[in-house]
Design a protein around this ligand. Sequence first.
Ligand code: MN
Length: 202
Amino acid sequence: MTVHHTRHHQTYVSNLNGVLTGDHGSEIQGLSLADIQKKISTLPDPILTTVMNHGGGHYNHCLFFSTLAPETDTVPAPVDELKTKVDSDFGSFDAMRKQFDATAMKVFGSGWAWLGVDPDGKLAITSTRNQENPLMQGIVPEPTTPIMGLDIWEHAMYLKYLNRRPEYIDAFWHIIDWEQVAANYASAREGSTAIFDVPMEE
Ligand code: MN
């Protein structure tokens, strides 16, 4: 996870900074990281792909790593308000987990699996390609406000799991910080992406 975090994530940050300080930087200067995602389909061609890949990559990894906790033997589960919401929208935590696993397994090539809040306020499990994410309105078919995501890129698993995706997905359930996911849900319910709403600095 250390290699993943420092080496790959730094590339996304550096390339996004390159856009911020470049010829078209004014298109995204002063925006929050969340608003950059939401605006991507309106950006001019010279920066669209770079912002989608690297701005997306930066946001996706920030969210991913912020919801990870030290590994536990048992699978932690949501409590309180988020537990009630999971039970009401999926039937049970196990049913949600099964649907998330199936979605993560179906990602073709590289991408992400997400738990998010859809425009009707329901929890929804979706997937995106490459470094796209559910905030990218006009790019992805099912926009949501993501509250948790799982990286399904080979670089996320090759050191420990090679290409054994089921084991990698199973291990993820042992390191989820449900307190943070619940905080993300509380924000998303109000239409906010919490820390990602703060304007970016160069
Ligand atoms: Mn990654």
